[in-house]
Design a protein around this ligand. Structure first.
Ligand code: DAT
Ligand code: MG
Length: 142
């Protein structure tokens, strides 16, 4: 598998619970490299644009409320098969369905308050990385 990059977000619930280090540590221990990183407070417009694919769904307004409820950490993770590996580390969207030992199984509260985001395809990774980072903010690390 070639080197890939993916966008990860530590969501407001996990930041509130002081889990930034615990979650970043899981990425590093799995061999993924953090090549860009920042803490930000999303505006409603930023959250709506980021989750545009879900516009019109019943949970959309609640999702935007939640994602703007406090600061988040956004990071670009790099490594072999990084997109799928990050999704595996996160576990299923609904923590009740997430495999034991995954981020969501261990830290998520519910299907809507679920600790982490990860890009789900190369196309979404490219869009989501560019949504938050300028090229000069992403570092080459070998
Ligand atoms: P994922 O975050 O695993 O990629 P998704 O893209 O389907 O999942 O949905 C984006 C977010 O929207 C998800 O992390 C939490 C929220 N969400 C999804 N389905 C939901 C539902 N049935 N009820 C409440 N929130 C939901
Ligand atoms: Mg998704």
């Amino acid at each position: 598998m070639p080197e890939q990059q993916t966008l990860s977000i530590i969501k407001p619930d996990a930041v509130r619970k002081n889990l930034i280090g615990a979650i970043e540590s899981r990425f590093e221990q799995a061999g993924l490299k953090i090549v860009a990183l920042k803490m930000i407070q999303l505006s409603r417009a930023q959250a709506e644009g980021f989750y545009a694919e879900h516009q019109g769904k019943p949970f959309f307004e609640g999702l935007v409320d939640f994602m703007t409820s406090g600061p988040v950490c956004v990071q670009v993770l790099s490594g072999d098969n990084a997109i799928t590996r990050n999704r595996e580390l996160m576990g299923a969207t609904n923590p009740e369905e997430a495999a034991p030992g995954t981020i969501r199984a261990d830290y998520a509260e519910s299907v809507s308050i679920n600790a982490a985001h990860g890009s789900d395809s190369p196309e979404s990774a490219a869009r989501e990385i560019a949504y938050f980072f300028e090229p000069g903010e992403i570092f080459a690390r070998s």
